[in-house]
Write a protein that binds this ligand. Structure first.
Ligand SMILES: *[C@@H]1O[C@H](CO)[C@@H](O)[C@H](O)[C@H]1NC(C)=O
Length: 396
C-alpha cells in the first residue's frame, strides 16, 4: 500500500541527469548488447549483505523517495536482473532501470531501460520481472517480461502494462496492457490498480494485482489470464473481504510448493493492520475459495506489510518456504508446506525495506538473495541494495 507521495519533480527544473551506473554506463552497455552475455558465476564468490547496487546522486533533483520497490530475478543463464521504482528528475519520463549482474549479485551494471512507449506517463510504480518458463503465444520460453504500473506524474490514472525483452534484458518492446484504473492513491472510493505479480500455469500466464475498482470493496485482489500475452480474460476475484468494505488486501505474491499446492501471500490492510495472511491451494486460478491463514511465528510475531515469498528445496522433501515482511529484517520460514503452526523467525543481515524481494539461487538452494530499496516517502536516503545469505548459516 502506498502512502501519500510528494511530487517535487518539475519544481526543480534541473538539467537531465543520466542515471549513474557503478561499473559501466548505459551507452557502453547498449553498444555491446549483441555480444553474448558471459556469466562469470551463477552464485557469488562470498556471501554478503546490504551491498549498494544503485544510490541516486544527492544533489540532482531526484524526487523523494528516490528509489523504492526493488525486484530481482535470476535468469536461466545464471545472470541476475534487478529493477525498481526510479524517481529520476522529469523530463524525461521515469522508467524502470534494468541492471544486470554476471557474478551472482556482487557487481551490477545498467544494461537497459523499460520506458513507457504507449501512455506518455512514465513507467512509475511497481515493476515486476519474470522469465517465461515456456512459450506463450509468439513469445518463446526464455523471454523476459516486465509488468509495471504506469501513471502520469499527477497520478490521475493507473495502468498495468507488460513489456518483453527477447535479448536478456537489453532492449524492451511493449506487449499489451492488462488493466486500467483511476487515480493512483490508496484511498477507498478511488479506483486505482496496483502491484502486478506474474505466474504461469497450464499454458496460461496469470497476472495478479490489487484492485480498487469494485464499489463493494475498498480494495480486493484480482487476476487476469492470457494464452498469448495479447488478449486478457476478465478479472477474477482472489481475495475479497465480504461484508467489510474497509478491508484492503494487497500486494499478492505466490510460490509453488512441492506438494502441488501454491502459497499465496498478501497484506491485509484496512481491517487487520496490514498483517500478512496466506492461502494454500492447488489451483492458482481459484484462491478465492482456498482457506485463509494468518502468519504467527514461533515467537508470537505477526509480521505486517508488503510480503514476499519464495520456496527453496533446502531441507528435503517439504523444502522451505521463506517469507519477508516490511516490518522487520527477519525472515519467516516454514518447513511444513505452510502449516499454520510452523513459522519460525530468523534474523538476516539485510535491512528491512518496503516490499523487500526474495530469490533462491538456481544453483544453490541454501543461498537466498534479498533486494531492498528503502521506504515510502518521506525517505530521502533510499538506495537499492542486495544480499546473498547462506540460510544454513542463519540456522534455517
Ligand atoms: C512435511 O510437511 C507435512 C505437512 O505439514 C508434515 O506432516 C511432515 O512432517 C513434514 N515432513 C518433514 C520431513 O518435515
Amino acid at each position: 500500500m502506498k502512502g501519500g507521495r510528494l511530487l517535487l519533480s518539475g519544481l526543480l527544473g534541473l538539467a537531465q541527469v543520466v542515471t549513474s551506473a557503478p561499473t559501466v554506463n548505459l551507452a557502453q552497455s547498449l553498444a555491446i548488447r549483441d555480444e553474448p552475455t558471459k556469466v562469470v558465476s551463477s552464485v557469488p564468490s562470498t556471501t554478503f549483505s546490504d551491498k549498494t547496487i544503485f544510490s541516486p546522486p544527492t544533489d540532482a533533483g531526484w524526487t523523494d523517495p528516490r528509489v523504492l520497490y526493488a525486484r530481482m530475478i535470476q535468469l536461466e543463464s545464471g545472470a541476475l536482473l534487478a529493477t525498481w521504482e526510479n524517481y529520476s528528475p522529469e523530463p524525461p519520463l521515469v522508467h524502470y532501470p534494468i541492471y544486470q549482474s554476471l557474478d551472482g549479485g556482487l557487481n551490477w551494471a545498467e544494461i537497459g531501460r523499460v520506458t513507457d512507449d504507449v501512455n506518455g506517463w512514465g513507467n512509475r510504480y511497481q515493476p515486476f520481472l519474470y522469465q517465461l518458463p515456456q512459450d506463450i503465444g509468439d513469445f518463446p520460453a526464455g523471454t523476459i517480461l516486465c509488468a509495471g504500473n504506469s501513471l502520469p506524474a499527477d497520478l490521475m490514472y493507473t495502468k498495468i502494462d507488460v513489456y518483453a525483452s527477447r535479448d536478456q534484458g537489453f532492449t524492451w518492446e511493449f506487449v499489451s496492457s492488462v488493466a486500467s484504473g483511476g487515480e493512483g492513491r490508496p484511498v477507498n472510493g478511488l479506483t486505482p490498480i496496483w502491484e502486478p505479480f506474474i505466474l504461469t500455469y497450464k499454458n496460461q500466464l496469470i497476472v495478479y494485482y490489487a484492485d480498487q475498482r469494485d464499489p463493494d470493496y475498498g480494495q480486493k485482489l484480482s487476476h487476469q489470464v492470457t494464452t498469448n500475452l495479447l488478449e486478457w480474460s476478465d478479472p477474477v476475484n482472489d481475495v475479497v473481504t465480504v461484508g467489510n468494505y474497509e478491508g484492503r488486501p494487497g500486494m499478492p505474491v505466490i510460490a509453488r510448493l512441492p506438494n502441488c499446492n501454491y502459497i499465496f501471500t498478501y497484506e491485509q490492510c484496512g481491517n487487520d493492520g496490514c498483517r500478512i495472511h496466506y492461502r494454500l491451494g492447488p489451483d492458482p486460478l481459484d484462491f478465492l475459495n482456498a482457506p485463509d491463514h494468518p502468519i504467527r511465528s514461533d515467537k508470537g510475531t505477526r509480521p505486517s506489510s508488503s510480503p514476499y515469498v519464495v520456496w527453496s528445496s533446502l531441507g528435503g522433501g517439504n523444502g522451505t518456504i521463506i517469507l519477508s515482511a516490511a516490518t522487520t529484517d527477519k525472515i519467516y520460514v516454514n518447513k511444513n508446506l505452510g502449516a499454520e503452526d510452523s513459522w519460525i523467525e530468523f534474523n538476516t543481515p539485510q535491512p528491512r525495506a518496503y516490499t523487500r524481494a526474495l530469490m533462491v539461487y538456481r544453483d544453490d538452494p541454501n543461498l537466498l538473495g534479498i533486494i531492498g530499496a528503502g521506504w515510502l516517502p518521506p525517505s530521502a536516503v533510499n538506495y537499492v541494495s542486495n544480499a546473498a545469505i547462506d540460510l544454513t548459516e542463519l540456522g534455517v
